[in-house]
Design a binder for this molecule. Sequence first.
Ligand SMILES: Cc1cc2nc3c(=O)[nH]c(=O)nc-3n(C[C@H](O)[C@H](O)[C@H](O)COP(=O)(O)OP(=O)(O)OC[C@H]3O[C@@H](n4cnc5c(N)ncnc54)[C@H](O)[C@@H]3O)c2cc1C
Length: 479
Amino acid sequence: MDKELDVVIIGGGIVGTAIARELSRYQLRVALVEKEADVGWGTTKANSAVVHTGYDPKPGTLMAKLNVQGARLFPSICEELDVPYKKLGSLVLTPNEEGFRELEELKERGKINGVTNLEIITQEKLFELEPNLSRDIKGALWIKDTAITSPVELTIALRENAERNGVRFILDTTVTGFELEDRKIKSIRTDKGFLKANWIINAAGVYSDDVARFAGDESFSITPVKGEYALFDKEIGNLVNHVIFPLPTETTKGILVLPTVDGNLLVGPNEHTTSKDDTNVTEEGLRGIISFAKGEVPNLPLSMLITVFAGLRAKELNRKDFVIEPSPVVENLINVGGIQSPGLSSAPAIALYVIEILKDKGVELVKKRDFIPERKAIPRFANLSWEERTRLIAQDSNYGEIICRCEHVTVGEIIEAVRRGANTLDGIKFRTRAGSGRCQGGFCGPRLIPLLSQLLEVPPEEITKKGKESRLVIGETKR
Ligand SMILES: Cc1cc2nc3c(=O)[nH]c(=O)nc-3n(C[C@H](O)[C@H](O)[C@H](O)COP(=O)(O)OP(=O)(O)OC[C@H]3O[C@@H](n4cnc5c(N)ncnc54)[C@H](O)[C@@H]3O)c2cc1C
């Protein structure tokens, strides 16, 4: 693995893959190293999936600038890469008359940040937009351009497109240290060998401070702050039509109620400082978010809960801003740390900002003539018309066999997901939605294991849920 590269990116979340795709426009030798078996499995897979417009970050911060710029880039990127993007608007609710002053302040802050389409509305309009809200709510700030997306699908799409344009993805490989010489990183140590690169971009999420420490760089530090979520069945996906926020506090946008791009209803997140590997959901946490949401949407039915999950915010508590800058300690390391919310919304702009830093550092950026900007998603049988389904089955009969009955996913989609790099049950789930429905893989899981075993040509005992030690079959299997 001892290869000389121009740039190595550490971390395959939304930020690392957005940077990879942006770099793939240029004549550079680029690789991305990710410790998990697939991209998007860190914070990127567990958040609210909201493309914030940028009304909330403190004016003058990097966060405010990159959020507004990133949100503007989102529609065209999602179109190029065939990823869901739905502009449904959001509502910041006030439970009392005094809250209108805070809504005015938020609106003003939005204007300063360059956000348009903001309107303060009172009960009549609010209940017209959202008939299921509690009648105790007095009004709201309506942010008409807020959108929702699918963060892991976007990350996978960015990877596929970057790969198509020449970036190498080195998965299941952990960066464990750097070899330093004359204030420079000479080589990158991983658990599978060494890599050499002129430039190293540290996009390791909650671990970005640990990666910087490998170079003796202590210029920032990350506090992991957990947010727990409850996901509800599609049957109540239209209980609200907008992203519903409470009034924000100094540290959080609060507990949201919102539809997802796939038609489920999502509730969360709360806020707890924790450790970097704690993504457990506690009973107390779950009760807290649900009781809060019921204060806003009283007829939220608990019987429709299908799963829970938690994500970790990578907070830099001293600067309270993104840390995107060359390391002050070594010459060829660029830190991209502290990417807490709105990191997803900002990711396209973060990538451009990193390119500017490389340019300032004198990296020669020559555009490729043959860069391909588009990528097509795997066909979603469930979303097609009958005519389109018939056509697809005529081309390939594997699209005529349903394997996930909750989400109507076909064998054809699984085969295509494997062809594009999925090699675990979670890899399949994030690419096709098999296992994301009401039964959470109870029905399709046992059918997917032999299919994956056959497609990947490995015994069933080697099929995992999410790589490493997450095997699903133990003991001997009949062959
Ligand atoms: C509860 C919650 C809600 C949020 N809601 C929103 C929202 O609605 N809108 C929004 O814009 N933002 C939101 N965010 C923020 C957003 O999710 C993050 O800013 C974004 O996902 C960060 O992406 P990332 O690529 O920096 O980190 P990650 O997705 O964590 O990626 C980092 C990657 O680095 C890898 N890695 C780490 N160490 C190593 C190593 N040593 N070697 C190799 N690989 C390594 C990890 O495995 C991981 O895949 C939310 C965050 C949370 C936690």
